[in-house]
Design a protein around this ligand. Structure first.
Ligand code: 5RP
Length: 235
């Protein structure tokens, strides 16, 4: 039995070694699993066993990690990328049997979704604790909203049968402000919901920028099992 920290490192390392090749454009995810992707790419670039990778960071955390480690960073607006990525490798908070995801535990869901949906391939790396029979069973849906819409969005979520809690900062008074200057609601529903319909429903509320439901871009999965094996499931 491996500890979760070792599994996360093994996942990020294996994802790069198996799926990132010379000349590729790569979306770098956010969180304690995805950080190992950035670190492995940096290591391989230094060794010279990987060349000409162009990366796009999905958060300030990842950007700092990549810049410090010397991974060449671009944005999706750079002409060199043409608005598209070969692959994005990211973590997840919950994964259902159909490959629908909840993401955004780290508050980076908006930039993560832009990168994920702009990628030819989305690879999600996660330890098996993230697998769930039903989305929302163990994790709230993070929703990024503009400040002006806070009360109207909370009301609308209640009308939809849910409840919404403003995410508060840790070691900072007041709400979490995202990398893009917005607020986060953590939204829960008592009753089971249809993930694609809920992604559309939340997105249709004025003032909602994105939710952490990822249902429109089916990922390939690399799952770290407790016994240390990595299980690859292609969509
Ligand atoms: C950040 C995310 C992360 O990918 C997700 O929270 C998983 O993080 P970790 O690998 O640290 O468990 O969506 O917004």
């Amino acid at each position: 039995v491996s500890n979760v920290a070792d599994v996360k490192k093994a996942l990020g390392t294996a994802a790069v070694d198996r799926f990132v090749h010379d000349g590729m454009s790569v979306g770098l995810g956010t969180g304690t699993t995805a950080v190992w992707v950035t670190r492995r790419i940096a290591e391989r670039l230094r060794e010279g066993s990987l060349q000409s990778v162009r990366a796009v960071a999905t958060s300030l955390q990842t950007e700092l990690e990549a810049r410090t480690a010397g991974v060449p960073l671009f944005t999706l607006n750079d002409a060199a990328l043409g608005g598209e990525l070969d692959i994005t490798i990211d973590g997840a908070d919950e994964i259902d049997p159909a490959g629908n995801l909840i993401k955004g535990g780290g508050g980076a869901l908006l930039r993560e979704k832009v990168a994920a949906y702009a990628s030819r391939r989305l690879l999600i790396i996660a330890d098996e604790s993230k697998l769930s029979q039903r989305l929302g069973a163990s994790f709230a849906i993070p929703v990024e909203i503009v400040l002006d819409a806070l009360r109207p969005v909370v009301r609308r979520v209640q009308e939809m049968g849910g409840s919404a809690v403003l995410r508060e900062g840790a070691r900072k008074a007041g709400p979490v402000v995202t990398d893009l200057g917005n607020l986060l609601l953590d939204v829960t529903f008592k009753d089971p919901f249809d993930p694609p319909a809920m992604e559309d429903g939340l997105k249709s509320i004025p003032g909602v920028l994105e939710s952490g439901l990822f249902t429109k871009k089916k990922p390939d999965l690399l799952i770290g099992l407790r016994d240390g094996r990595l299980d690859y499931r292609e969509r």
